[in-house]
Design a protein around this ligand. Structure first.
Ligand code: URA
Length: 198
């Protein structure tokens, strides 16, 4: 028996499922679901929490204020947004940008895991405490606050992604600019892993 055929769905097939998803109540209030964007063969995947108003309007991830700051910091770090697959754990905007509830997380996480399997990135960056806690639960990572785990590299044995690096959410950096140097340091760690991983 040969095992060299990939059976994971392509990103565009997963996106179609997300766009028409009605698994949780968030679909009732959305203008657009936001599957994420970036190349099928990205070596880096970045995952935020959930779309905000601008993302809901456009159907694109990280196009609001937090996205602009993220773009600026990625450029400073020598990381090209267009080479990166960018998404959020939750694909539809929660009302008033509240934290996602358990049933929303349970409904949506499989999409993000399918994207992870489809891309098999070398590095996955998890941005913010809410997204990190969801990944910690899913992959048995330390149940610690983002400020205690940021910048560390965790090996993900059960997925194609080889190293997971948590960092602050760009929205947090807008309110607390003193965290920006730490985010930039974490991107250096990401660049290191991208360089050494085949
Ligand atoms: N915050 C997120 O987590 N995701 C977006 O797409 C925008 C803001």
């Amino acid at each position: 028996m040969r095992f060299d055929e990939r059976t994971e769905p392509l990103l565009e097939d997963i996106a179609q499922k997300i766009i028409t998803c009605r698994k949780c109540a968030l679909h009732e209030g959305r203008k657009n679901a936001v599957p994420g964007e970036g190349p099928q063969h990205a070596r880096l995947m970045m995952v935020g929490e959930a779309p905000g108003a601008k993302e809901d309007e456009s159907g694109r991830p990280f196009v609001g204020q937090a996205g602009k700051l993220m773009d600026e910091l990625l450029a400073k770090s020598g990381i090209k947004r267009e080479d990166t697959f960018i998404t959020s754990v939750i694909k539809c905007r929660p009302p008033d940008n509240r934290n996602p509830n358990e049933s929303e997380v349970i409904s949506c996480v499989p999409y993000t895991l399918a994207q992870l399997d489809s891309i098999c990135p070398a590095v996955i960056v998890i941005m913010g405490n809410v997204a990190y806690q969801i990944f910690a639960e899913t992959f048995y990572l330390p149940k610690k606050n983002i400020s205690d785990v940021r910048g560390k590299g965790f090996r993900l044995h059960s997925t194609g992604a080889r190293i997971l690096v948590p960092t602050y959410h760009p929205a947090a950096l807008i309110y607390n600019r003193s965290l920006i140097p730490q985010f930039l340091d974490d991107m250096k760690t990401v660049q290191y892993h991208l360089k050494v991983l085949p």
